[in-house]
Each structure stands twice: as C-alpha cells, then as structure tokens.
Design a protein around this ligand. Structure first.
Ligand SMILES: NC(=O)c1ccc[n+]([C@@H]2O[C@H](COP(=O)([O-])OP(=O)(O)OC[C@H]3O[C@@H](n4cnc5c(N)ncnc54)[C@H](O)[C@@H]3O)[C@@H](O)[C@H]2O)c1
Ligand SMILES: O=c1ccn([C@@H]2O[C@H](COP(=O)(O)OP(=O)(O)O[C@H]3O[C@H](CO)[C@@H](O)[C@H](O)[C@H]3O)[C@@H](O)[C@H]2O)c(=O)[nH]1
Length: 440
C-alpha cells in the first residue's frame, strides 16, 4: 500500500492531496499542518487531517523545508521518498538530503523535486489538467526508481507525455525560471503601458498584436497596476540571490529589474491619481475597488493594492475599500504592517497604526464609492465591469474620477456618463494629458 503524507496543507498542499485522494483511491493520503489547513474549503471529506503534531509544532520556528526534513528524519521508521513540492532555492534538495542522511538511523531516503505550477483561483482546474508535471531526481538507480514511483501516481490522471523528468537541479531551477519568465512578461507589458500613455498607443491593441506572434503567444500580456501574489516577487528574489551567490551580478541585476519595474508601475499609478486630482488627495475620499492580488481569491499576499493604498494614505487620502473576498481584519493587518523586510521576519516588525485611521472597509461597492472624489480599481473582479456607474457617478462630487489599474471598465461608456477616466496603458483622457505622469 502506497501512503503519502503531506507536510503543510495550505493553498498548494491541501488541494493537491485532495486531488490525489480522489484520483488514486488505492493510495492512503494524509496531511499534517501546524495551523488550520485550508483543505476544508474543498473536498475535506476525502482526507484525514492530522491535528497539529508535536513534531511539526516544535519545528515551526525553523525554515519550513528544514523543519520538515528534521521531522521526517525523526519520525521515519522505513524507507521514504521525500518530495519537494514547495518552491525552494536551487540545491535545497541537497541540503534536505544531508539532514536526512545524517539522521537516518539506517533508513534510505530518495529526494525528488516536484515543483507545483498551479495558480490561485484556478488551483483545482490546474491540478486536474496541468500543462506539465515536472519531476526531478538523482540520476542513480534509486533516483530513477523514485521518479518512476511518483510518475505512477500522476499517471492516474495526467497523460504520460506531460510528465517531464529531469535531474534535481533542473527541476528546482525550472520552477524559479518559469515564475521569473511570467513576471518578466508582465513587467514588459507594464513598461510598454507607460510608453503607450506617452505616445497615444493603446496597450490592449499592442498586447494583442504582439501576442498573435505564435512565438510569443497571447497569454499573460494584460497590463496592470503591478503583479502581486505570494510567489513572483519571492521567487525572483530567490533567483537573484542564487545568481549573486554564484558570482553572476549582471544576471542578478537583469532579474531585479523585473521587480523594479513592478514597483515603478505601482508608484506611477499613485502619481497619476494624485496629479490628476489637482496634485493632492489630502482629505479626499478615494474608493478602492478590489484588494486581493487577483480576482477569484481572497489572498492579499504582495497585492499591489497594499502599496497603492499606502501611497494614497501617504498623501493623507481617506480610503473606502471594497473587495468581495478580503476581510476587514486582513486589510487592516496589511495596511498597518511595514513593507516586508527580508532581513527582519514579520513577527519582529513593528505595527504602524498611523494612517489606518483614514481607512474604512465596506461590503458594497456602492457604499464604498458614495461621496468619493475618485475610484481606483485595483483587482479585476468581474462584478466591477457591470456596476451601475451612472448611479455611482450621481453619488460622487464632480469632477468624478475613475482610475482603472486593471483595464476592466468600459472607458468610453464611463466618459459619456461624465467621469474623467484613466485606464492603465490606454490613450489618455484630455484632462490627464496636461498633468505630469510623475509627481516630483
Ligand atoms: N500559492 C500558490 O499558488 C503556489 C503555487 C505553486 C507553488 N507554491 C509554493 O508552494 C509552497 C507553499 O505555498 P502555499 O501558498 O501553499 O503556502 P501556505 O502558506 O498557504 O501553506 C503552507 C502551509 O504549511 C504549513 N506549515 C508551515 N510550516 C510547517 C511545519 N513545520 N509543519 C507542518 N506544516 C507547516 C502552514 O501552516 C501552512 O498552512 C511555497 O513554496 C510556494 O512558493 C505556491
Ligand atoms: O497578464 C497578466 C497576468 C497576471 N497578472 C498579475 O500577476 C499576478 C500573478 O498572477 P498569477 O500568475 O495568475 O497567480 P499566482 O497564483 O501567483 O500564480 C503564479 O505563481 C504560482 C506560484 O509559484 C505558480 O505556480 C503559477 O504558475 C504562477 O502563475 C497577479 O497579481 C495578476 O493580477 C498581470 O498583471 N497580468
């Protein structure tokens, strides 16, 4: 009987194990997590959940993969295949291998790298129909055997030609490379969006024209106020670190630029808002529609909304925020936390209560926009396309502004109603043409 235990049942671990349970009835699966696992939201009946274990709990203050490796070494009583599913720095498998072999008590461990490529909001679909599954292992007889064992699990529902097998380091690096390429595409299109605004070109038309080249392809070319999410920035910084450690500063700087352009895009957006509204938003009510890093998720990790809101609060705006899935508590936590500092973990960072007094959170877009001087659309929720903008306009002081950071509103329709509309990378409203794009 094959048994799989997953350490960590968050956005990835939970759904992955649920899918394995569903597709492979002969495999016994379980999860262990130090906090409340998120699998409850989907198919929880399928899985036994081990309550937070002593081993996991005591190891929680170590970095995740290291604590997991020590726990596995502690509790194992027979040979194991250890699968790295999290995104990790290249050569982590080697470190895990060292921890396991130094503590192994006669047990054999095979390490595999099997990075996950699912995206939030489409996790289940991505798990059922992945573009590819990547399995990296040692090029030894034991490594080959371990790769085959994991391949057999996926082969229950993934066509075998989509299961790619590589060496360990290629698998680890491929995950970082894939995210870096995706993020780089967004930074490229966002850099173009600035140029579009300067020249009168339309970023949607440029993206479409560029994307019809079959060598480039149409996906992931939507201009935005910036990419967010828990993965892109972390993984690029990871890549940058590896480049620096390997004496490749030029390569490191190349990838750093992807993050710099992303930061620039958020700053540029805030500056547009401020400069359009007579060079200050101080005391003005700004409605923020959308706070999650993308639609169909309540996740706010690295959401561009945090930086945009902080930028507006920095100029003393009053914010009224609405997101269909993000809770008030989460928004206050995000806005009162200092920007993540990699050298000082979250629990050591002081909370700043400063400007959150200027923030209110509503559960209704009409409530959020009532009496607002301007509206910022920061997440591409479908419902923002179909709001009654005439009703919204009637309840706002004039001139009424809409700043669309996701290109979701119908610009022409809103201009007809009377709004002054800024939509990222689109030809500028005459009102905005004379305003500086960047405030000194
Ligand atoms: N979120 C995504 O869309 C996504 C997609 C692909 C890959 N990844 C990668 O997968 C990994 C996990 O991401 P996630 O979004 O699922 O994170 P998450 O925070 O949702 O889940 C991680 C879980 O691990 C648990 N945990 C932490 N330390 C533990 C320990 N010592 N013992 C037991 N449980 C422990 C946490 O309580 C948490 O529930 C990351 O490396 C991420 O980069 C994420
Ligand atoms: O054309 C686009 C596409 C995306 N985004 C933004 O980019 C961010 C990330 O989006 P997406 O990649 O869809 O979400 P994630 O859930 O972060 O998924 C990424 O990160 C995961 C974790 O590593 C990987 O597994 C996935 O393959 C990879 O797409 C979000 O803020 C999006 O709004 C854009 O601005 N323009």
């Amino acid at each position: 009987m094959v048994k799989i235990c997953c350490i960590g049942a968050g956005y990835v671990g939970g759904p992955t194990m649920a899918v394995i349970a569903l597709k492979c009835p002969e495999i016994e699966v379980a999860v262990v997590d130090i906090s409340a696992p998120r699998i409850n939201a989907w198919n929880s009946d399928q899985l036994p959940i081990y309550e937070p274990g002593l081993e996991a709990g005591k190891a929680a203050d170590l970095t995740y993969w290291e604590s997991a490796a020590r726990m596995i070494a502690d509790v194992s009583t027979s040979d194991k295949i250890v699968v790295e599913k999290s995104t990790v720095p290249v050569k982590t498998a080697e470190a895990i291998e060292k921890i396991l072999t130094h503590n192994r008590k006669g047990i054999n461990f095979s390490i595999l790298s099997n990075p996950e490529f699912l995206a939030e909001g489409t996790a289940i679909k991505d798990l059922f129909h992945p573009d590819r599954v990547l399995i990296g292992g040692r090029e030894t007889p034991e490594g080959t055997k371990a790769i085959q064992a994991l391949k057999d699990v996926y082969a229950h529902w993934v066509p075998v030609d989509r299961i790619l097998c590589t060496n360990l380091w290629s698998a680890e690096l491929s995950k970082l490379a894939a995210n870096a390429f995706l993020a780089q595409r967004i930074s490229s299109v966002n850099a173009m969006s600035a140029l579009c605004e300067a020249t009168g070109a339309d970023i949607s038309q440029v993206s479409h024209s560029v994307g019809t080249d079959s060598r480039i392809g149409p996906k992931f070319l939507n201009a935005s106020v910036g990419f967010g999410g828990s993965c892109f920035q972390k993984d690029i910084l990871n890549l940058v670190y590896i480049c620096e450690c390997n004496g490749l500063p030029e390569v490191a700087n190349y990838w750093k630029q992807v993050i710099k352009v992303n930061d620039y895009q958020k700053t540029r957006f805030v500056n547009r808002v401020v400069s359009s509204m007579f060079n200050t938003v101080s005391g003005k009510k700004i409605a923020v529609l959308g706070f999650a890093f993308k639609k169909d998720t309540g996740d706010t990790r690295e959401t561009p909304a945090i930086d945009v809101c902080k930028g507006l609060l920095g100029d003393r705006a009053r914010l009224s925020i609405y997101d269909p899935q993000v809770t008030e508590d989460q928004i206050f936590r995000d806005l009162s936390m200092k920007k993540f500092d990699w050298d000082h973990p979250a629990h050591l960072q002081p909370m700043s209560p400063t400007s959150v007094k200027q923030v209110s959170v509503t559960w209704d877009a009409y409530e959020a926009t009532k009496d607002a001087h301007g509206i910022c659309v920061l997440t591409e929720w479908d419902e923002f396309k179909n709001l009654d903008y005439q009703r919204i306009y009637d309840n706002m002081p004039k001139p009424a502004f809409v700043f669309d950071g996701r290109n979701v509103v119908d610009v022409e329709k809103l201009r007809k109603i009377g709004f002054i509309v800024y939509s990222i990378g689109k030809p500028l409203d005459p009102w905005l043409k004379d305003m500086p794009a960047v405030v000194a």
